[in-house]
Every structure is written in C-alpha cells, then in structure tokens.
Design a protein around this ligand. Structure first.
Ligand SMILES: [Fe+2]
Ligand SMILES: [Fe+2]
Length: 274
C-alpha cells in the first residue's frame, strides 16, 4: 500500500497547492491512501465543511485536526456528519466527533486512522498514550485493519519520539504534526513503524508558521496584539511523508519525506518511481 500523509494545510495558499497537486500525485504514484491534516485550512484557524468536502473530492481519504479543530464553530456540528474527519482522540469524553476511524480506501483496504494530541506545551487533554493503546488493542494490524496511521499532533519532539517507540510494530506509521516545520528524522523504526517527528506544513514557508511575518514579530517585541494573524499568501510548499506499506504485515517497508514547492529544498520518494 502506498500512503501519503500531508502536514497541516495553512490557509488559502496551502489549500490551493494541495488541491492543484493532489490528483496528479495520486495518479503519478498510484497512491492507495492520502491523509491530510486540515486544522489550519480555514484562514489559518480550523476547517469549514466546504473546505473539508473540497479536500475529500480532491483525493483525501481522511482529514485530521489538532488544537485548532474547533476554531470554526461550525465544525462542532458538521464533524458528526463526516466519518472521514478526525479530531484528537484524547479530548474530554462528550466532545463532538471521533478520534479514530476505520476508513475504506478506493482499493478496498481498511485503514485505521487515529488522531491524538500531545500534552507538553499544549492544552491538557487526556493521556494520549493510553488512548492510542486502547485503539491498537481493539483493532490490531492485519486482524482489524490493513494499515494503521497515527497523526500525533504535538509540540515536543521527545513526546512524539516516545509515542513512536511505544507503538513500534503495532502501527504502520506515526506522523508528527503541529509545529509546521519539517524534521529530518523520517525513518522506519526497528519494529516496522514509519516515523517522523514533524512532517511540516502545506503552506507558504516565507512566513512564521504559515502566518504573515509582521504580527508574530510585533508580538515578540511588544507582547501587545496589533492585528489578527493572517496566513501568508505566497505560493505554498507541500510537505508530507510517503510510506510504502507491506501488504502482508501492514508495517512500513520504507518511508521518505515529500516536499514540493518553491520554499524548501524538494524531496521526492524515489522508491515509488521505479
Ligand atoms: Fe497546525
Ligand atoms: Fe496545531
């Protein structure tokens, strides 16, 4: 199975780049499953139903979220209608939506997608380790799902790496999101789980985390908000992780960063080209 995960879409620039590139990427690499983090898709904050539908129609199999899940209040309602939209699983009981879902791909594979949020330098949610462990116990690789993909939305690289090794051999991939800056530690862990501490964002990197640079600088200098954060509007770079999953075991054979766009050095998963 060929899986592509794309990091946090930031604003219109990120959306446009993803919508333009995704159909071609699906064809070029014969992708079986595409998962996208959409927590910053609507003006940098949250997601609307119209944007979600656009992403699904462009070829996303599932869309994950994070600490900005409910910045657009309509998400509290429409998330109940969309079983391919996930918010962090460790929100308090009773939070609308779901944190794990078994997604059927176009090719007929069952992919368990789990979205969870870290707790270091983040809002205090329930324990993500135990929440994920419960899902992996209820739905195991090959018995319950052909592949298991975890979007771990967290700030601290230590927490992300610890989670990677905690589930190593039980999930196909653990992909870090939230920092909007890609790390260079993409690899397959000893037990067969593809891992990256942070996959980066789909947005204009000529920015501070995808936002126009003036206001972040102002806030660091003065501590007084002068205006809203606005997504940077230059051409966006896509950042993702490509994972080659063994159909027999559900574990990763190879993984590699994918970066496409004007801001960062390009990277492409060479193992899919031959
Ligand atoms: Fe984000
Ligand atoms: Fe986030």
């Amino acid at each position: 199975m060929r899986l592509l995960f794309l990091g946090d879409i930031v604003g219109r620039a990120g959306r446009q780049a993803v919508l333009e590139a995704l159909p071609g990427l699906r064809r070029r690499y014969a992708l079986d499953c595409v998962i996208i983090n959409g927590e910053n898709a609507a003006g940098g904050f949250g997601i609307t139903e119209a944007i979600l539908v656009e992403l699904l129609e462009a070829g996303a199999d599932a869309v994950t979220l994070g600490n900005h899940a409910f910045d657009q209040k309509e998400a509290l309602v429409f998330i109940e209608r969309h079983d391919r939209l996930l918010r962090p699983i460790n929100y308090p009981a009773g939070t609308p939506g779901r944190g794990a879902a078994l997604i059927k791909t176009a090719g007929g594979a069952d992919v368990l997608v789990i979205n969870a949020m870290g707790r270091i330098f983040m809002p205090e949610l329930d324990d993500p380790f135990r929440a994920i462990d419960a899902e992996l116990t209820a739905c195991t690789l090959k018995q319950g799902a052909d592949a298991i993909v975890i979007d771990f939305h967290a700030e601290a690289t230590s927490e992300k790496q610890a989670l990677g090794y905690f589930v190593d051999g039980r999930a196909s991939a653990v992909i870090g999101t939230h920092t909007h800056a890609p790390t260079a530690d993409d690899r397959v862990l000893p037990g067969g789980t593809a891992f990256i501490s942070d996959v980066g964002m789909c947005g204009d990197y000529n920015s501070v985390l995808g936002m126009e640079i003036e206001e972040p600088i102002n806030r660091f200098l003065t501590k007084i908000p002068r205006q809203r954060f606005e997504p940077a509007s230059g051409p966006a770079t896509l950042s993702g992780l490509a994972v080659d999953i063994d159909d027999k075991t559900g574990l990763a054979r190879r993984c590699s960063a994918l970066r496409m766009g004007p801001n960062l050095e390009q990277a492409a998963p060479a193992f899919w080209d031959n």
